[in-house]
Design a protein around this ligand. Structure first.
Ligand SMILES: [Zn+2]
Length: 289
């Protein structure tokens, strides 16, 4: 088993309202992409989505999960990733045939008319969802657009994926304190310009501390300890069972008569749950009881 080098790490710029997060993913990508013959283009986008969900969920102040979904009517119909407060990640894509190009087309061409949803699901309390139309050329730009429109928190995101790795950087301005608003605005401008100079290769290949040192050595951020990230699916036989029960006795009887059994594959992790005729018969009896 490969050592898990997947983590997220928060950093704060002292005496300012600016914070950031850096994420590296490697081992977690394998199970997320295994068994799915995603074209190369889509592997990159799923990896970017996982990275973005890890960056964004780090802003949660409670126990729960954040889900990022881009849905459209183009060749890619759905890109989805989620991450919880413990750093458990999973993601998937649904797609039709993709254009055969070596250049990466803009995201709005791949997804077509669509929207991005960010859903926050606290373990306790009500879930919250925000939506933006998909109008930008990259996943990072769509997320920035989301924050601009719905959260009014200036947020910038840099995402990179390739060579079975992914990495991301987030910078965010917290709600301003009037006291040093001007200094914060200048610092924001300065730090985001520096981060824009980072190449995707540097983000992918250099360690987090090297990236942060290279970019921000004039105003060194304080680094919090790195927190691990790993792929973990929340599917279970119990959940599949509940899904089957929700179909109702008539539908289950129909499956039993026509197919004799049911096999359900989890879209996130590829786990298969098999329900043989005896299992299906039990479910039907339970519904008819
Ligand atoms: Zn699963």
């Amino acid at each position: 088993m490969r050592e898990n080098n997947d983590f997220r790490q928060r950093f704060l710029f002292p005496d300012s309202d600016l914070r950031g997060e850096i994420v590296h993913l490697e081992a977690s990508l394998e199970p997320a992409l295994a068994g799915r013959d995603y074209p190369l283009l889509l592997r990159g986008l799923v990896a970017e989505s996982l990275t973005a969900s890890a960056l964004l969920s780090s802003t949660l102040k409670f126990e729960g999960r954040l889900s990022l979904q881009a849905q459209g009517e183009g060749p890619i119909r759905l890109l989805m990733a989620e991450c919880d407060h413990q750093g458990h990640l999973r993601g998937l894509a649904r797609y039709d045939e993709l254009p055969d190009t070596t250049e990466q087309p803009p995201l709005h061409d791949l997804l077509g008319q669509g929207r991005m949803a960010i859903t926050i699901m606290p373990d306790q309390g009500r879930q919250y969802q925000g939506l933006v139309p998909l109008e930008r050329a990259s996943l990072a730009a769509c997320v920035e657009d989301y924050f601009e429109r719905s959260e009014q928190l200036p947020t910038r995101l840099w995402l990179a994926a390739g060579n079975n790795r992914a990495a991301g950087l987030l910078l965010q301005r917290l709600p301003e304190r009037a006291a040093n608003a001007e200094r914060n605005a200048d610092l924001w401008q300065h730090l985001t310009t520096l981060a824009d100079s980072l190449t995707m290769e540097e983000l992918l290949d250099l360690g987090a501390e090297t990236v942060l040192h290279r970019l921000f050595h004039e105003t060194p951020p304080e680094l919090a300890p790195a927190r691990p990230l790993r792929f973990q699916c929340s599917c279970s036989r119990e959940r599949v069972r509940n899904t089957l029960l929700s179909l109702g006795a008539a539908e289950l009887r129909d499956i039993l008569d026509t197919q004799g059994e049911a096999e359900i594959t989890c879209e996130f992790c590829g786990a298969r749950e098999h329900f043989d005729p005896v299992d299906l018969g039990e479910l039907i009896r339970e519904l008819e009881a």
